[in-house]
Design a protein. Structure first.
Length: 466
């Protein structure tokens, strides 16, 4: 401790010496000095505490405070270190971090630069899995409402698993035993770093195959690390978007993966998956036989019921027919009586009218009128005969003269004198020998009959020269 009256930094007994001015540091130099002292004095240390005041900057860095009941430690984690984490930083997490002490010069803030972090109490993979489950559940991928029913009679069963594992053999064996159905295998690795991508590709490959009605994805049992590929977020989203119902059969009944939660149905084992996707033919046959027996019983009861109803209806029809026949018979008898009455009335009326006409006919003396008309008819007949005779006498000479003229002009009379009419095959008269040629067929009409002739020679030109 400095003595009274001696300036800070001066040694005792040197009061008589000339005072020296102390070295003045800049703020940055002071901060750098303290930072170097921390870096050299404190190496990498592990610190455990609860995360608070978490800030995820746009640059990718994370800033938070680790605290316990007695103190708080500001922390910074650069983006390169943050990307290496397999879980997400959350407010309220209890972390165990590895880092170096330092001072951020721009704000003079003392903080721990974190290089690694891991959950305190929970494993890193377990925490990452729980966080992924919470994320997918919040998006509704685990909701019961989106689960689709499995088809009753699938045409093709798709299987995504390793071709060399026991799972595919168990599935095929169960399907063949229950209901033989075509099985299409889309092979993929089921463990290791490449397994999630291969499983996703194999699943999408099956989605493009027509007639695949249900898909089984899974593998046999194993450790948690062996089954970890089925906890991949990309594979879970591929299952959620697949248009075909999916059955997840991963590991044993106690193993629950994210694929089990996202799939439409979960099977405890691959063998149970085979039982879920196809019906049991023995049960189907038994149901068919039971329904056949029930159908026969129903048909027998139905036949008896219909026979009873038919008998009752037949009795009703018979009673109705008798009643209708009796009613129609009474109706016809009444109609016949009415018709007979009308006929009698009409006959009486006709007789009265006939008697009246007879009386009127007798009153006009028809015999006298008939005799008068007969005499008149005879007179008209005699007058007609006389007029016809006088008309014939006047016209007979005129008719004889006209007949004579007609006979003189008739070609028949010319033919009778020895002449003939010559015509070609079209019926045209031949007036000139030059109008025909050798070999032409001609018709010669005589007074009595016709001749069919052929031209041998035409002499028309010689007659013209002479």
């Amino acid at each position: 401790m400095a003595q009274r009256g001696i300036p800070f930094g001066q040694r005792p007994g040197a009061a008589r010496e000339a005072p020296r001015r102390p070295r003045v540091l800049s703020v940055r130099e002071a901060v750098d000095l303290a930072n170097r002292a921390l870096e050299h004095g404190v190496s990498l240390i592990w610190v455990e505490g609860e995360v608070s005041n978490l800030v995820l900057a746009r640059s990718g860095h994370a800033y938070f405070t680790l605290k316990d009941q007695n103190a708080a430690l500001p922390c910074a984690m650069w983006a390169t270190s943050l990307r290496r984490l397999r879980f997400r930083l959350d407010e309220g997490q209890r972390l165990r971090v590895l880092g170096r002490m330092g001072i951020y010069a721009s704000s003079g803030r003392f903080q721990l630069y974190v290089e690694r972090a891991e959950p305190a109490g929970l494993g890193e993979l377990t925490l990452a899995l729980e966080q992924l489950k919470q994320k997918l559940a919040a998006e509704g991928l685990f909701a019961v409402e989106r689960k689709r029913p499995l088809p009753s009679w699938p045409r093709i069963v798709g299987v995504v698993t390793s071709p060399s594992g026991a799972a595919v053999h168990d599935i095929v064996k169960v399907i063949r035993r229950r209901m033989p159905t075509p099985v299409l295998l889309s092979p993929a690795k089921v463990q290791g770093p490449e397994a999630p991508s291969e499983l996703t590709i194999a699943l999408r490959r099956l989605c493009r195959v027509p007639n695949v009605d249900v898909i089984i994805i899974g593998r046999g049992g194993g450790s948690t690390e062996d089954l970890w590929a089925f906890n991949h977020e990309g594979l879970a989203r591929a299952i959620a978007t697949c248009p075909i119902p999916i059955v997840s059969a991963v590991g044993h009944e106690v193993d629950v993966t994210i694929c089990d939660l996202v799939a439409d149905r979960r099977a405890a084992t691959p063998s149970q998956a085979g039982e879920l996707v196809v019906p049991d033919r023995q049960l189907v046959l038994e149901r068919l036989r039971d329904r056949e027996r029930r159908l026969l019983r129903n048909l027998e009861r139905r036949t008896l019921d219909l026979g009873t109803r038919l008998h009752a209806v037949s009795n009703r029809i018979e009673r109705w027919g008798r009643s209708w026949a009796r009613h129609e018979r009474e109706h016809l008898q009444g109609a016949r009586r009415r018709l007979e009455q009308c006929a009698r009335a009409s006959l009486l009326e006709s007789e009265r009218r006939l008697d009246g006409l007879a009386e009127r006919l007798e009153s006009v003396h028809p015999r006298a009128r008939i005799a008068a008309e007969r005499r008149r008819l005879h007179e008209l007949e005699r007058r007609l005969v006389r007029a016809g005779r006088s008309l014939t006498t006047d016209l007979r000479p005129r008719l004889a003269r006209a007949a004579g003229k007609l006979d003189a002009l008739s070609p028949l009379s010319v033919l009778g004198r020895g002449y003939a009419l010559v015509a070609d095959h079209e019926g045209k008269l031949i007036r000139d020998a030059t109008s025909v040629a050798q070999g032409d067929a001609l018709t010669v009409r005589l007074a009595h009959g016709r001749l069919e002739v052929e031209v041998v020679r035409s002499d028309g030109d010689e007659e013209q020269r002479s």
